[in-house]
Every structure is written in structure tokens, then in C-alpha cells.
Design a protein around this ligand. Structure first.
Ligand code: MTE
Ligand code: MO
Length: 421
């Protein structure tokens, strides 16, 4: 509790000082050399108050929203029960097998039956050589807003897959976790084997994750080991991992596909509002803050627009691309990262951060989150609608390029605003 509130306070000061210094895709060095003047001129006490209330960049592991299934939920088991079913670091085992229905040709398997499962010590042994971590927002495709933003540490899954000496007939990897030994409760996900073996462009690897924000992964977050798929929505990141199958199946066989979800969809870029007063006085500047999820396509801008209700909107412009949007300010990297990380030090294995300075090499960071703020000019009395949207690195405005709900949330948010005389 204490630790949490002190990082939170540290964060306040930091965001305060650095507001208006952020600039979309500029390198961090450039950000840091910007003059402080703009900040002092534009600071508004009401906006300041909202900035002070923002959450830290990293979410404390206990503060993630939990949407996992199970009756009982595996993390609600007592320590004794978790020990009995292999959900502690000392007792955890992973089976690595060929899919009996679509067999892959493997030189070795790791099974309980043959008394050869892969265990936590074997994972930590691989970690000595291969440990890697990266920031990532965990977002449920069905919910839309991130459940939390964390730094996930683990061993690339390919290091473990190679132990099975795969030879041929391997097209897909599917995996599931502990589900109370009840087939009806199984929650399964899958990936093409190529994505596991190679990281396209500069994406992080798929990992077997054992730490979050530098601490052992808690039972709530899927510990002792969960899979984390960097560019995916939450359902790909299976908790309490126990089984991995190498398969010759050519298509996805995820549990989430059964709910009409587009299970191949990577994380989308979108923004949302955190604070906007519902009622304001006429001709007074209006403070607004929010966050953006930086999806696979990156984030160039956050934009805002206030429309007077009843005024005409351009016809045939479903996504308001013709509207007079103005740019909001993307906040610079915070001085205090939050999330309970020790001594405010980003783990040395973290991709996208300089191991020397502990600072990000680019900002904002893809697959993660960022805060934004704007001070809207005062308005005449009336009823208005406020909207915000992102522009991705390719210059495409929300909700494009992938507007369909079942591939993840990207709808433009709209909030009403009353300006009183
Ligand atoms: N074993 C298991 N893993 C799971 C789930 C589950 O129900 N069981 N839910 C998934 C879904 S739908 C999401 S959105 C994320 C949520 O991760 P979190 O609880 O760490 O926030 O976990 C995923 N992993
Ligand atoms: Mo989810």
C-alpha cells in the first residue's frame, strides 16, 4: 500500500513537470531538449489537477482487471491446493506433446506419463541465456479498454519448442492451462508455428512468462507461468499454462473463436478519455485527459474535436474524417514508472529501453499505453459532443483500418458536454 501511494505521488510531480514536452514520434533525446517555456505558459490549474490524478504508466500487478474463467478460478485455490495441482514454482510442470489428431513429427516429447515433463528449474536454466522482457498492455478483445499495462519477462517459447526436435508436419502450436481437470472449463489458444519461431519486424518474441514488473508472476496474473503473445489480445496469453501441443492443423482452434471473435487480429490503436468535465462555464478553457493504446500500427497523434449538437455533420462521413480535429498532447515518458517496480528501475532485459539509461529508445511504445491531455478553448453556452481519435503511424484515423468490433475495440469515443451561461 505504502509503496503504491509513494510511486503514485512521484508520478504526479513528474507528469506535472513534463506536460507538453511529449511529441509523438520524436526520439527521446529530441523530446528532452525541447524548451520548458511552452509548459509554463500553457499550464492551467484545472488541467493540472487532472494530470495529477492520472494513473502511473505501469499497472501494479494487483491492480490489473481480472476476467479469467474457471469454477473455481485457479488463482482462488489455497497455497496447499496450488501445490497439489502444480501451480507453484516448485511443483509446476509443462507437457510438450504432438497433437494426436494432427500429429507433428517430433524427436522428443515432455510428458507426465513418461515422467519427463518440463519444469520451472528447466525454464530458469533457459532464462539465464535467453530471458527477455517487454512492455505490453493486456487487453480483452471483448472488453476493449486495457486491463493493465505491464513489463512481462520470460523465455522465448521457441527455445522450449526446439527441445522437442520438431522435424516436419508442424504448422500450429496450441496451448492451454490448468482448468480444474474439467474439459468443459478448458480455455485454449493457438499460434502459427512461424510466429513462434521468428519475430516479424521488430516485434518481441512470444514468451513463457514468469515475471511481471520485475516480480514473480502472481496466481492472479496466471503464475507460475503464462504465455504472453506480444501483439495479441488477452485471450492468446493463456494463464496457468500446463500443456503445449505441436500440431499439423492449418487453422486457429482458439476457444475465443467460438464467440465469433476474429482471433487473428493484432492489437489496435485507439484512445479514450479519462477526465472531461460534464458541465463547464462559458468561455472557460476545458481540461481533458485520456490514454491511448498503441497498437500494432503505432501512434502518430491523438486528436480531439468538439461539435455543437444540432449543427450539421458532413454527409457520408461515417468516421468523421472531415471534422475539424485538433491535436492533443501526448505525454512524455514519466520519471516514475509505477507498477511496483523496484527502485523505479526498468528491468535490464527490457526491449525498447536503453540498458544504460533505463529510458525508452522511442516514445510512445508500441503494444503499450500512453497518456494524453488537451486544454480545449472556451465555448459559448450550449450542448456539445466531445470526440477523440488516434492517427496511427501510417496516418490512418480511428476506427480504421480495421473498424469491426469482433477484431477488437476501436470505435471513436463520444461524450456529452454542457456549457452553461
Ligand atoms: N487459463 C486461462 N487463461 C486465460 C483466460 C482464462 O480464462 N483462462 N482468459 C484470457 C483472457 S480472455 C484475457 S483477456 C486475459 C486476461 O489477463 P489478466 O487476467 O492477467 O488481466 O487472460 C487470458 N488467459
Ligand atoms: Mo478476454
Amino acid at each position: 500500500m505504502n509503496r503504491k501511494s509513494s510511486t503514485f505521488l512521484g508520478e504526479h510531480t513528474r507528469l506535472t513537470r513534463r506536460f507538453f514536452l511529449g511529441s509523438g514520434m520524436a526520439g527521446l533525446a529530441a523530446i528532452r531538449t525541447l524548451p520548458l517555456l511552452a509548459e509554463d505558459r500553457q499550464r492551467d490549474p484545472k488541467l493540472q489537477k487532472q494530470l495529477d490524478a492520472l494513473d502511473s504508466w505501469l499497472t501494479h500487478p494487483d491492480k490489473f482487471r481480472d476476467v479469467s474463467r474457471g469454477n473455481p478460478k485457479p488463482h482462488s485455490l489455497t497455497e496447499e491446493q496450488r501445490t497439489a495441482v502444480g501451480l507453484t514454482r516448485d511443483t509446476w510442470t509443462l507437457e510438450l506433446l504432438s497433437d494426436p489428431e494432427h500429429p507433428a513429427k517430433l524427436g522428443a516429447t515432455f510428458s507426465k506419463q513418461a515422467n519427463t515433463p518440463f519444469d520451472f528449474n528447466a525454464l530458469l536454466k533457459l532464462a539465464e541465456q535467453h530471458a527477455v522482457s517487454f512492455p505490453k498492455a493486456m487487453t480483452c478483445l471483448n472488453i476493449g479498454c486495457p486491463l493493465g499495462n505491464g513489463i512481462w519477462e520470460g523465455v522465448p517459447l521457441r527455445e522450449v519448442l526446439w527441445l522437442t526436435q520438431p522435424r516436419e508436419n508442424v504448422r500450429r502450436v496450441f496451448y492451454y492451462g490448468y482448468h480444474n481437470d474439467d474439459p468443459k472449463q478448458m480455455f485454449r489458444s493457438s499460434l502459427p508455428v512461424g510466429r513462434v519461431l521468428e519475430d516479424p519486424f521488430d516485434l518481441p518474441p512470444v514468451i513463457l512468462c514468469y515475471k511481471l514488473n520485475g516480480e514473480w508472476l502472481s496466481p492472479e496474473r496466471g503464475g507460475p507461468v503464462r504465455l504472453v503473445f506480444p501483439e495479441g489480445y488477452g485471450f492468446k496469453s493463456i494463464k496457468w499454462l500446463t500443456h503445449i501441443y505441436l500440431s499439423n492443423l492449418a487453422h486457429a482452434n482458439d476457444t475465443y473463436a467460438e464467440q465469433n471473435n476474429d482471433v487473428d487480429s493484432p492489437l489496435k490503436t485507439f484512445c479514450a478519455t479519462l477526465s472531461l468535465p460534464g458541465r463547464v462555464k462559458a468561455n472557460e478553457p476545458i481540461p481533458v485527459t485520456g490514454y491511448a493504446q498503441v497498437g500494432i500500427s503505432g501512434l502518430k497523434k491523438v486528436q480531439v474535436w468538439v461539435h455543437r449538437d444540432g449543427d450539421e455533420l458532413p454527409a457520408n462521413d461515417r468516421y468523421f474524417s472531415q471534422a475539424p480535429w485538433t491535436d492533443a498532447n501526448i505525454l512524455a515518458p514519466p520519471e516514475a514508472w509505477g507498477g511496483g517496480i523496484t527502485d523505479n528501475r526498468i528491468p535490464a532485459t527490457t526491449l525498447g529501453f536503453s540498458p544504460d539509461t533505463g529510458q525508452p529508445t522511442r516514445w510512445p511504445i508500441r503494444l503499450s499505453m500512453v497518456h494524453w491531455a488537451a486544454l480545449l478553448p472556451g465555448l459559448a453556452p450550449g450542448e456539445y459532443t466531445f470526440r477523440c481519435r488516434t492517427i496511427d503511424d501510417k496516418g490512418i484515423g480511428q476506427p480504421l483500418p480495421r473498424p469491426f468490433r469482433k477484431s477488437g475495440h476501436a470505435a471513436i469515443e463520444q461524450l456529452s458536454l454542457t456549457v452553461e451561461a
